[in-house]
Write a protein that binds this ligand. Sequence first.
Ligand code: P6P
Length: 348
Amino acid sequence: MIMENGLSVSDLAQFETLEQFIIEREANFPHSTGAFSRLLRDLSIAGKVVNRDMRRAGLVDISGTTGEINVQGEVQQKMDALAHQEFVRALRRGGECCLIGSEEHAEAIPLRTNSGDSDGEYIVLLDPLDGSSNIEVNVSVGTIFSIYRLPEEFDEPELDAALQPGVQQVAAGYIVYGSSTMLVYTTGEGVNGFTLDPSIGEFLLSHPDIKIPKKGKQYSINEGNYNSFDSGLKQYIKWMQQNDPDTSRPYSTRYIGSFVADFHRNLLKGGLYIYPSTSKSPDGKLRLMYEANPMALIVEQAGGRASDGRKRILDKMPDRLHQRTPLYIGSDEMVKMAEEFLSGERTR
Ligand code: P6P
């Protein structure tokens, strides 16, 4: 039987499922208890449920807003709330997570019961649905997650236990709900991408060992904020727009308004995503703990680079769950050049 995309049933059998991949990798960690594998399973299950709800957004009353303002001061989309609830439910039911930090909830959410029994040892920070205002216009959106261990000095999970620099992450990943639904993650051993086959409800390994090109020909930024950009950034943008066929310039602008979608394209094709300090968002718009850090771990594992324009994202010491940061992330040479323009080391 030939499937609609030309894959035969036997072809599908050649693909490794996410579960098989996780179990195989678990064998590489002699002391692994399987808890981390079960945590990733819980996240993937929530992603499948959100994907199902997302695909019906035009048909059932889950588009639009809840009428609430979330902790970010942004109008909360109905799907934001549903996605948040789904991930909390899956993590609570799975029992491997002791604390959740979510864009949709002001405070960290402890999951460990009072009995102090050996509940989960992992902390999950997540943006349940980034770019959700795009859902009602059918543009790709995504979930971003970051995983830490509960530090030994904490008997009970609390916010301070989550405020670790990104370099301490044990894993990071995202799910992009686009023309297909993909889960991409790293545990520090490279980056792998899995495409959901809805006909069997499994994420299948479709993009093994992803590496981002050292440079690309596209950049993602909201140029509507140009007037408030740092002068060095303005010079870099003008450099990218100059006509020089030898260096493939002018580059193209590709800005979807959905970080996960822009990041995913740049990861596969090469490119640079920038959300700098602006007059409206002096500290940048993207959040350090559950947007910049997880994507920075992924991009570095894929051979790319992520900074706030001056400092490596993964080295930034957090002091608040929802703190924001300027973000330059993508191909190594493109981020480095942005840093050179911003420092004044380069002017053209
Ligand atoms: P602006 C979505 O709200 C988001 O956090 C990112 O997904 C996206 O890249 C950015 O904000 C868009 O922000 O200010 O350009 O509309």
